[in-house]
Ligand binder design. Structure first.
Ligand code: DSN
Length: 415
C-alpha cells in the first residue's frame, strides 16, 4: 500500500504515515470520527476519482458515464433499503450541504427554521448566525431543559406555536439522549412545518434499530456517512417521494457541481457493510461502551450533561473540575487521548474555550475495545485531567494508552 506515493512524493508519504501512526497509537474519542474499512478506503481512492458525472444516472452532462450510473444506482438502492427511505440522493459532499439542499428545496430566504442551539447540542447548519443557515433564514433556537439537560417537547411545541417555523430540524451534534422524531412530527403537524431530521451522528444506530428511525415521521432526512455509519467522508439526503425531484434539483445543479463518484462508490461499500449482521453487533457494542465509559466517568466524579447517555456520545461538564474545555482537550492529547472541546448548555465560555468536552465510542469500538477498556479509559481521563501541570504524569499515561492501543490494532499496515 502507498508504494507509488512513497516512490514519487516522499514528503507527502511521510505526512500520511504520521497520520496513520497517530490514529493507531492514540485513543480516538471524537464522537463524530471512525475508522473506515479497507474496502471503503479502496473504493474511495479508486479510478472513479477521475470521472466527471454531473447530473444523475441516465441523465448526465458527460459521456462515458456507464459505470458511474451503475455505481450511483447501486448506492441509491442500498441507501433506500438501509434507511427505509422512499428517495435517496447520495451526492451531497457533506452533511451541511445535504441540509442546505433541503432548506433550499422548501424555504425562501427569510423563512423561519427551528433547530437546537449550538451550545444545546445543535449544529452550525441548524441555524447558527455564523452559518449560511442563520444568515439566509430567520432562526429560532431550541434550548435544553436546564434541570434535565434533555429536550422538553412541550417547550418545543409552545415555541413552535409562538414562532410558526416553516421547517423544524430534529437532530444534534452533541446530544447524548434519544430523539423522539414522532413527537417532532406532531409538533410540525400542529404548526404546519416541514420536518427535517439530521441523523448524522446516530445513522449507524438507526440502521441497527438501536435508535428510533426518523422515517416515516420526517419529510427529509439528512446524514453524514462517516460517523457511526463508518463510511467515507460525505453526506446523504433522503426524502418522501413527493419531494424527490425538488431535492435532486437543489443538490445538482442547485448547490453542487460534479458528484464525487469515488466517494459514492465508497458509500455503496459502506451501505453494503451496514446491511450485514456484524454491523448490528458493532452498533450494540458502541452503545454498551458509551454507557460503560459514562459510568466510569461518573465514578471519577465527572458531571455529564443529562446525567448519562443513550447513544454513542457523552458530553462532560467540566466546571466542577476547574478546567476549561480547550485545556482539557490539550491535556488529553498530551496523554494520547483525542477528544474535542465542546460548549455545554448555557455555557458562559466562548466556543473556542468552552466548559466541556465531548467523547464518543464509535472509533474505539471499531478497533475491538469493550467495556473493560472503557472503564480503564475513564481512569486515564481522570488521571490526565488531575495532572494538568504534570508533564511526567501525562507521559506515563501516554505510555499506558500506547500499550492499550497496541493490543487493539486498526489497520495493521506495515511498510
Ligand atoms: N463536525 C461534526 C461533529 O463533530 O459533530 C458535525 O458535522
Amino acid at each position: 500500500m502507498f508504494e507509488h506515493l512513497k516512490k514519487s512524493d516522499s514528503e507527502v508519504y511521510e505526512i500520511v504515515k504520521k497520520e496513520y501512526r497517530r490514529q493507531e497509537e492514540c485513543l480516538e474519542l471524537i464522537a463524530s470520527e471512525n475508522f473506515a474499512s479497507y474496502p471503503v478506503l479502496e473504493a474511495a481512492s479508486s479510478f472513479f476519482t477521475n470521472k466527471y458525472a454531473e447530473g444523475y444516472p441516465g441523465k448526465r452532462y458527460y459521456g462515458g458515464c456507464g459505470p458511474c450510473d451503475e455505481i450511483e444506482r447501486t448506492a441509491q438502492e442500498r441507501c433506500r433499503k438501509l434507511f427505509n427511505a422512499e428517495h435517496a440522493n447520495v451526492q451531497p459532499h457533506s452533511g451541511t450541504q445535504a441540509n442546505m439542499a433541503v432548506y433550499f428545496s422548501v424555504l425562501s430566504p427569510g423563512d423561519t427554521i427551528m433547530g437546537m442551539h449550538l451550545s444545546h447540542g445543535g449544529h452550525l447548519s441548524h441555524g447558527h448566525p455564523t452559518s449560511f443557515s442563520g444568515r439566509y433564514f430567520h432562526t429560532v433556537p431550541i434550548e435544553l431543559d436546564r434541570r434535565t439537560g434533555m429536550i422538553d417537547y412541550d417547550v418545543v411545541n409552545r415555541l413552535a406555536e409562538k414562532t410558526k417555523p416553516k421547517l423544524i430540524v430534529a437532530g444534534a451534534s452533541a446530544y447524548s439522549r434519544i430523539i423522539d422524531f414522532k413527537k417532532f412530527r406532531e409538533i410540525c403537524d400542529h404548526v404546519g412545518a416541514y420536518l427535517m431530521s439530521d441523523i448524522a451522528h446516530i445513522a449507524g444506530l438507526v440502521v441497527a434499530g438501536l435508535h428510533p428511525s426518523p422515517f416515516p415521521h420526517s419529510d427529509f432526512v439528512t446524514t453524514t456517512t462517516h460517523k457511526t455509519l463508518r463510511g467515507p467522508r460525505g453526506g446523504l439526503a433522503m426524502c418522501r417521494k413527493e419531494f424527490a425531484e425538488l431535492l435532486d434539483k437543489n443538490i445538482f445543479p442547485g448547490i453542487q457541481g460534479g458528484p464525487f463518484m469515488h466517494i459514492i462508490a465508497a458509500k455503496a461499500v459502506a451501505f453494503g457493510e451496514a446491511m450485514k449482521p456484524e454491523f448490528r453487533l458493532y452498533q450494540e457494542q458502541i452503545v454498551k461502551n458509551s454507557k460503560a465509559l459514562a459510568e466510569g466517568l461518573i465514578e471519577e466524579k465527572f458531571n455529564l450533561v443529562s446525567g448519562g447517555t443513550d447513544n454513542h456520545m457523552i458530553l462532560v461538564d467540566l466546571r466542577n473540575k476547574g478546567i476549561k474545555g480547550n485545556l482539557a482537550q490539550y491535556i488529553l492529547e498530551e496523554a494520547g487521548i483525542t477528544s474535542n472541546k465542546n460548549s455545554i448548555p448555557n455555557d458562559t465560555e466562548k466556543p473556542f474555550i468552552t466548559s466541556g468536552i465531548r467523547l464518543g465510542t464509535p472509533a474505539v469500538t471499531t478497533r475491538g475495545m469493550k467495556e473493560a477498556q472503557m472503564k480503564q479509559i475513564a481512569v486515564f481521563i481522570s488521571r490526565a485531567i488531575n495532572s494538568a501541570d504534570n508533564k511526567e504524569a501525562l507521559k506515563e499515561i501516554k505510555k499506558e494508552v500506547r500499550k492499550m492501543t497496541d493490543t487493539f490494532p486498526i489497520y495493521g499496515w506495515t511498510e
